[in-house]
Design a protein around this ligand. Structure first.
Ligand SMILES: C[S@@+](CC[C@H](N)C(=O)[O-])C[C@H]1O[C@@H](n2cnc3c(N)ncnc32)[C@H](O)[C@@H]1O
Length: 263
């Protein structure tokens, strides 16, 4: 299956960023993990796949429930980090939408904030469906749009420093995109033939210091990090100041959609 320009850009955005991600955005992304595992009914003995495992937070939490966990990520540094963090997990290098597993190999699949990072969300979900046994469960999260204050905080800081998204950064093609609403997300899952789809909203307050918020972009983590570190040093410094201002003035309320389904 073709790797899209969006996928290539995502690979660059995560390359070599495992340790910096662990120190920054991983904590923000960890909030829904327990709810995600509950939605997928992960328990003792569940054969679970965690896709886009990153530094392995969901995989590790699933191990603690006694699940038999396999995890994949497209970034070799993330694979190494997760393998060390969760030594009982079978962690492999693999990228959606083509995963090296047999049909129906898993009882459950979870993907915490990975569908936002794939070039072909429908193909990725179809692949998760293929790997999940009939009657098994798939649970995934994405960020909501419009973004709540906490999600939008770094974007606001970047804008306040006069930085705009560089034209060379690819977006999803219109035919691959979908509305980032509860309904839009649920419809996407319906479209790939999943059944009993339900989607709900998780809201939490992410409390972090200005330095903690800034550490991800400053290190170049994710697309926002690529945008920030590509600026002249005076603009980087201005963005840092704007981040501090935004953290002090804004409640960091954060929202994501969680979807649950069966193949
Ligand atoms: C926001 S992080 C989430 C990591 C982890 N699930 C967590 O909750 O902390 C996104 C992860 O998805 C991975 N990723 C991006 N595109 C991917 C793809 N096509 N297939 C598998 N993993 C991918 C990135 O390398 C990164 O580790």
């Amino acid at each position: 299956m073709t790797v899209t320009a969006f996928d290539e850009s995502e690979r660059r955005a995560w390359a070599g960023q495992a340790a910096a991600y662990a120190r920054s955005f991983a904590e923000l992304c960890a909030y829904p993990v327990a709810r995600l595992l509950d939605a997928a009914e992960v328990q003792e003995g569940t054969r679970l796949l965690d896709v886009g495992t990153g530094t392995g937070n969901a995989a590790l939490a699933a191990c603690e429930r006694g699940a038999k966990v396999t995890a994949v990520d497209a970034e070799p540094g993330m694979v190494a980090f997760a393998a060390q963090a969760a030594p009982t997990v079978d962690v492999r290098l693999a990228a959606l939408p083509d995963l090296p597993f047999a049909d129906d190999e898993f009882d459950a699949v979870v993907g915490n904030f990975v569908l936002n990072h794939v070039g072909r969300p429908r193909a990725a979900l179809a692949e998760l469906r293929r790997l999940t046994r009939p009657g098994g469960r798939i649970a995934v999260t994405i960020w909501a749009v419009p973004a709540a204050a906490g999600q939008a905080l770094l974007g606001r800081a970047v804008q306040a420093a006069g930085v705009t998204r560089p034209a060379h950064l690819p977006a999803l093609s219109p035919e691959d995109d979908f509305p980032r609403t509860e309904q839009g997300f649920a419809t996407l899952l319906d479209e790939v033939g999943l059944v009993d789809v339900s989607c709900d909203t998780l809201v939490w307050n992410h409390r972090a210091t200005p330095e903690e918020w800034w550490s991800g972009p400053a290190a170049g983590v994710a697309t926002i990090g690529q945008i920030v570190t590509g600026q002249p040093s005076a603009v980087i410094s201005e963005t840092r100041t704007a981040t501090t201002r935004c953290v002090r003035s804004s409640p960091a309320r954060t929202v994501c959609w969680r979807c649950l389904t069966q193949p």
